[in-house]
Design a protein around this ligand. Structure first.
Ligand SMILES: Cc1cc2ncn([C@H]3O[C@H](COP(=O)(O)O)[C@@H](O)[C@H]3O)c2cc1C
Ligand SMILES: O=C(O)c1cccnc1
Length: 338
């Protein structure tokens, strides 16, 4: 499916983002104020209900149909020894997702979500970003469109995640490029590399920035040069979701890094996004801060696969259950406060 015909269509969409439905948010806020509880006593659950109301355009938003999309891609930079696992694991984990044995299978089932697995050209790893661009323009556009293709009518909330051995290195490169700072501030242990592995990651990021830094003029070019197929797909899904006013739950460090180039071009892009959690990956807290996203959870997770998003979706469900299901002061004949 071609959602974005060419890169100009992608740029155009990013430049003209729709806003949430203010009328629905106001109606939801009025409803919140009438529910049998002290004002504000459900804390961030109330904010989540208003957020969902605004993007769904409903006073009582729903989280009945939750879709989890996990994108997978392989990375040329893996050859530099930047992951604790070999690149074959990407395809092996895709098989595991399909047979139901991964963490995301269990966690998606636990939150009643439908799981969609999107491997993108696993037998064609991206170029090593330390030596050249990750993707050609058609490859990057195809990956972005593979991401956009998971958006369909009838979804209430979209959870995004990824699988791609070595993708914490690509994510660190994106962060260093877009947000600045030393490579060493953005690289972490990923799947569990040792100190020498972290040094190799930082060196790969330094080489990538030296090669591409001056050419990353916009989001598309930054994703094309430094990203990866699954990362570009996440960016495409986030942007296409926005055009349909579909709220999105971002998973961990790699998901956030996929959004960072978009946010540099248009900071409003995170408006329809929730950050599920702050992962244990070194740069994630700083990245969330830069994106202006307050994570819902801090569970010391560092898996990816949308695992954190699936856990956090339960909080959205709870928020909407309270917002939609509680009685008002008038209905319950409870005296309201002064
Ligand atoms: C068995 C297994 C399952 C995973 N599920 C997600 N990841 C996570 O680890 C990878 C990133 O870490 P690095 O940059 O160190 O390779 C990504 O595939 C990410 O989703 C996994 C990694 C492994 C090994
Ligand atoms: O933050 C994440 O999502 C993450 C961290 C390490 C490895 N894979 C994913």
């Amino acid at each position: 499916m071609t959602f974005f015909r060419d890169r100009a269509a992608f740029d155009q969409a990013l430049a003209t983002l729709p806003a949430p439905d203010e009328g629905a948010m106001e109606a939801a806020a009025n409803r919140q104020a009438s529910l049998t509880k002290p004002a504000g006593s459900l804390g961030r659950l109330e904010d989540i209900a208003l957020f969902m109301a605004g993007w769904q355009g409903r006073e009582r938003p729903r989280a009945d149909t939750i879709r989890v999309a996990v994108f997978a891609g392989n990375h040329g930079v893996a050859a530099r020894g930047v992951s604790a696992f070999p690149p074959e694991v990407t395809a092996q984990m895709v098989a595991n997702f399909r047979s139901g044995g991964a963490a995301i299978n269990a966690l998606a089932a636990a939150c009643g979500a439908e799981l969609v697995i999107v491997p993108i050209d696993l037998d064609r790893p991206t170029g090593d970003i330390a030596e050249g661009p990750a993707m050609t323009e058609p490859e990057c556009l195809a990956a972005i469109n593979a991401g956009a293709a998971v958006i369909q009518p009838g979804i209430d909330l979209l959870l995004l995640g990824e699988m791609g051995i070595a993708n914490t290195t690509a994510a660190a490169a994106l962060c260093a490029q877009v947000l600045g700072g030393e490579a060493g501030q953005w690289v972490g242990r990923g799947t569990g590399v040792d100190a020498a592995g972290i040094d190799r990651k930082a060196e790969a990021v330094r080489l990538a920035l030296a090669r591409h830094g001056a050419h990353c003029g916009d989001a598309f070019e930054t994703l094309r040069r430094l990203g990866g197929r699954e990362i570009a797909a996440i960016a495409g899904a986030v942007l296409a979701a926005r055009l349909s006013r579909l709220p999105v739950m971002l998973d961990g460090f790699i998901c956030g890094a996929a959004v960072a180039p978009l946010a540099r071009d248009n900071p409003q892009i995170t408006g329809h996004c929730l950050a599920a959690h702050c992962s244990a990956e070194a740069g994630h807290a700083r990245l969330l801060d830069a994106l202006g996203l307050e994570p819902l959870l801090r569970l010391n997770m560092r898996l990816g696969e949308a695992s954190g998003a699936a856990v956090a979706a339960q909080i959205v469900r709870s928020a909407l259950a309270a917002h939609g299901g509680m009685a008002t002061f008038a209905e319950a004949a409870v005296a309201s406060g002064r």
